[in-house]
Design a binder for this molecule. Structure first.
Ligand code: FES
Length: 121
């Protein structure tokens, strides 16, 4: 039976400052990008380009994801390639922010931690 596991990604204060972070997780055998888009939505995708394995980064000015190697562009909302009509897309990850209810816990934004969730037996 599969269980949900969580991996610490970063804190919201770091993400608000940096706009995006990239981390490799041995548990996933994947590198992920966690970023804050222009609407202040947090998103997490695999940061490995489906074209040839280049590194994905978040283009703050244009509000989409790009590859450092051949400059393909990817949707920040779906991970779908915007440069070419390919079937492959960036792998999205579920995540949660703990504690996630700011009003209830009345915590500062700086104390919110972001965790990536994945399933494993
Ligand atoms: S490896 Fe990413 S566009 Fe070619």
């Amino acid at each position: 039976m599969k269980k949900i596991h969580s991996l610490y990604v970063t804190s919201k204060d770091i993400l608000f400052k940096e706009r995006y972070i990239i981390k490799f997780y041995n548990e996933l055998k994947d590198e992920v990008i966690c970023f804050l888009d222009k609407n202040k939505n947090i998103k997490i995708y695999s940061s490995i380009c489906p074209h040839f394995g280049g590194e994905i980064y978040y283009d703050k000015k244009n509000d989409f994801l790009r590859c450092k190697w051949h400059d393909w562009k990817f949707s920040k909302d779906t991970g779908k390639c915007l440069s070419y009509p390919i079937k492959l897309k960036l792998n999205p990850y579920d995540f949660e922010v703990k504690p996630n209810n700011l009003k209830k816990y009345n915590v500062k934004l700086e104390s919110n931690e972001i965790y990536l969730n994945y399933e494993k037996e």
